[in-house]
Design a protein around this ligand. Sequence first.
Ligand code: ADP
Ligand code: MG
Length: 504
Amino acid sequence: MLDHLAFETPKPKVIAGAKSDWELVIGLEVHAQVASNAKLFSGASTLFGSEPNSNVAFVDAAMPGMLPVINEFCVAQAVRTGLGLKAQINLFSAFDRKNYFYPDLPQGYQISQLYHPIVGEGEIIVDMGPGVARRVRIERIHLEQDAGKSIHDMDPNMSFVDLNRTGVALMEIVSRPDIRGPEEAAAYVAKLRQILRYLGTCDGNMQNGNLRCDVNVSVCKPGAYERYQETQDFSHLGTRCEIKNMNSMRFIQQAIDYEARRQIAIVEDGGSIVQETRLYDPDKGETRSMRSKEEAHDYRYFPCPDLLPLEIEQAWVDDIAATMPELPDEKKARFVKDFGLSEYDASVLTAEAENAAYFEKVAEGTDGKLAANWVINELFGRLKKEGHEIGQSPVSPEQLGAIVALIKAGDISGKIAKDLFEIVYTEGGDPAKIVAERGMKQVTDLGAIEKAVDDIIAANPAQVEKAKQNPKLAGWFTGQVIKASGGKANPAAVNEIVARKLGF
Ligand code: ADP
Ligand code: MG
């Protein structure tokens, strides 16, 4: 059991209507593109940004007589994702055809898993601040094919179709309606994305549509959700609307807020919510109806006759389990415990696995807290200013570790360390050597410091008189001595000598 799991549950978001208070209930269906070089049922490449229609196998184009062949790696990725979400892995799953017509869907159906998904119930701990988190239940994860892309803005009279994305593997990750506000919904997507990136099962690039979600929203009176939780009876909840295809954290929050207020206004006005699919228009800041339940497709699902049920073995699942990386929650808890970091600093450092690995190298053999300060404030701050990722850092973790070790050993002051960091960042080099060669070492030679203090005292008799009246002014002498030393005098030693010389 992780210490981290001892958290407090956040309050649900409450919106005051004209007549009463309302709470939000949200469930998310996230489509995550499986990180894989080849598609789910063909060997065609999944490379983003390729020449249109260049990554299309015959089966992707639905040529007559072509048969799908399951990509074992994509199945392993789904299993890995399930394990990462502490979910039930179903050794038996099966593919179904979801039938609909669309120009970018040459088969006329999408192969998906309706009745027997590969992954069952799991959970995600959604962090809402230090010590505050929401446990969101995962209902299922199933594998399915992505569709192609219709392009309507290249020609005034014609539309084009690009089949590069056709057949790329997606994981649909369905949550229970356990999310209670817009911020939580965004935090849920962020946490899921983080876990997927740690696992290496999805790149999570939202701009490229690599991770997109359908957001289900309903509203209810306070107390109704608790009755649903006790009974798992959905009739305690309000009717939901689904907002399709969101791929921005900001728009997810805006859409939920707008949609909840729209529903509240209707219900308070004596109307009722019609279950429907809606689209969010970011320019207008509103959702509008796309299709109602009556117009909803009848997908005529049936088991795909081209594919045998998917049976996997526990031993194979165990092999995958044996290669699981340390996940964000565990890593964060370990950083708090082993390095004495605050939960906030641990969160920042574990946001990406690469950042965490960098920090651990810096902290190796030196002070963890000091290392965390330097990684977060100096390095991340500097990289961010230049729009760089950690992988592009001109300062290696070994170099930063050496800087931190020099501070820790009292060889350089914090101020000199900043200069040193700047030199290493722009010119490179071995920090210890730079300090030696450029005479940056902190002076703890008490004789030299004493001489400097004497000089300053002799040159400023008026200031000495004032300081004798008001001991707080001793700091001025310390500052002068450190300044005269070019920042190299050890402040603690200077303080002590100044105090003694002034007779405190
Ligand atoms: P469908 O198959 O029609 O998409 P599901 O039962 O699979 O319906 O639910 C889809 C999503 O809607 C799930 O994420 C679920 O948690 C969510 N959901 C279900 N009921 C509600 C509700 N009353 N309010 C908000 N979200 C809901
Ligand atoms: Mg659905």
